[in-house]
Design a protein around this ligand. Structure first.
Ligand SMILES: Cc1cc2nc3c(=O)[nH]c(=O)nc-3n(C[C@H](O)[C@H](O)[C@H](O)COP(=O)(O)OP(=O)(O)OC[C@H]3O[C@@H](n4cnc5c(N)ncnc54)[C@H](O)[C@@H]3O)c2cc1C
Length: 385
């Protein structure tokens, strides 16, 4: 084990040997991005994105660590992947493209995609060349995803897609979209859904970008008569619900956010002057360790292709709730200056203020906390079945 240095050089948690190299890589990359002015304060907690960072992950061999070597991966254990994701979060690297294209969609393609689609897309993702965005949410179809209305109808060998997607992270950076669509409106609402992938340059895809509270951006997709070849379906036609749920299971393992939490705890420790404050931070560190274990448990279930919905929801819920609590506790500890993000009065390099704003979104993105609790109750504890 080796000591992990926080961006300010303070002492911190220990690292597993497999993640030490990633730590050096992440520290250098974070330094480089800071020097170019990009993501000075933001980073993974705020859904920030950077093509430069994504390309560097690919060039450094950090995309698809557990994917097979013939698909551009390194053939390592999925636990090594989540350890590296935590390190990247610890250094506040911008990760939105990575989290969507690799952790969520790349892993889902590997699980559900046809061999032809996987061979076509995975190596390019692993090389850091292809960024995906995820078009699931729609107006009135967020938590209740099964009410989505974007329609795809088959004409010859193409799907013709019409509809609107909102909350589309990284839409402005994306090369491809992973779209949830209704292919059979005559079926009950959880059936008749499919997942299609489309090149973002396809005529009829229009992107609008909005700024978010967290400091990043969020997109909206207008889809008008978009023609998608019929071999670009992920999984079976009309059986997309299980693909969607399986994709969310990957998304909800948020090890990178455990890294973010640990980095802030390391920064805060010097500001805890009373024993009660120190005890509180130790307690939060313990909760971060629990969140890490939830993530690893879900990762192992996903790797075995065994039901992981409840475990993934526990992983997501544990860290999202912890982020919000930590944000509040840190402000109590440091006072109002904790909320200054720029300029000489900003504490901890402005990170705490950025974290405070971004923590709100973490309890919503990838499924609101109420939905995670419902998943745990239903899928994990068997209530309401
Ligand atoms: C930063 C960010 C990034 C995002 N990125 C993407 C993306 O890239 N792609 C994408 O497709 N989507 C994305 N989303 C959308 C996200 O998945 C949805 O916001 C989320 O699922 C909630 O849906 P909603 O916004 O429609 O809220 P609603 O579903 O309207 O929920 C509103 C409130 O009601 C509660 N609620 C709803 N239904 C129930 C229920 N059955 N039981 C108990 N409580 C309930 C919810 O918990 C919530 O508090 C992103 C969201 C954020 C904030």
């Amino acid at each position: 084990m080796t000591a992990l240095k926080s961006p300010s050089g303070r002492r911190t948690a220990s690292l597993e040997p497999g993640a030490q190299q990633a730590d050096r890589f992440a520290m250098e990359l974070a330094e480089r991005l800071r020097a170019t002015g990009e993501n000075a304060y933001q980073g993974s907690p705020s859904d920030a994105d950077s093509r430069e960072a994504y390309t560097a992950y690919g060039a450094g061999g950090y995309i698809g660590l557990h994917w097979p070597k013939n698909l551009g991966g390194q053939g390592l254990s999925p636990l090594e992947t989540v350890a590296v994701e935590e390190v990247f979060g610890y250094h506040w690297l911008p990760m939105s493209s990575y989290l969507l294209s690799v952790k969520t969609i790349g892993n889902a393609l590997l699980q559900f995609g046809s061999p032809e689609l996987v061979e076509r897309l995975l190596p390019r993702i692993a090389a850091g060349e292809l960024v995906f965005c995820q078009g699931f949410s729609e107006p009135e179809a967020g938590s209740d995803l099964a009410s989505l209305r974007t329609r795809a109808r088959l004409e010859g060998d193409r799907w013709i897609v019409n509809g609107r997607k909102i909350w589309t992270s990284s839409a402005e950076h994306a090369d491809w979209a992973y779209l949830a669509v209704r292919t059979n409106p005559d079926e009950p609402r959880h059936r008749g859904l499919s997942v299609l992938v489309a090149d973002m340059r396809t005529p009829g895809i229009d992107v609008t970008v909005h700024r978010t509270l967290g400091g990043g951006t969020i997109g909206e997709l207008a889809l008008t008569d978009v023609e998608i070849p019929c071999d670009q379906v992920v999984g079976e036609v009309d059986a997309g619900w299980s693909v969607l749920m399986g994709t969310l299971d990957h998304e909800r393992v948020t090890s990178e956010k455990v890294g973010v939490v640990c980095s802030l705890l390391d920064l805060l420790v010097e500001h805890a002057v009373t024993s009660a404050q120190r005890r509180l931070l130790s307690r939060l560190r313990g909760e971060a360790a629990v969140a890490r274990l939830h993530g690893r448990h879900a990762t192992e279930l996903l790797a075995r292709r065994t039901p992981a919905a409840a475990a993934s929801s526990m992983a997501k819920l544990s860290v999202a709730v912890l982020m919000q609590r930590l944000a509040g506790i840190a402000v109590d500890l440091l006072g109002p200056h904790a909320l200054v993000e720029n300029g000489p009065d900003a504490l901890l390099g402005g990170r705490l203020a950025a974290f405070h704003r971004a923590a709100v979104a973490t309890t919503i993105a990838g499924g609101a906390s109420d939905i995670q609790r419902r998943n745990i109750a239903r899928q994990g504890l068997g209530f309401g079945r």
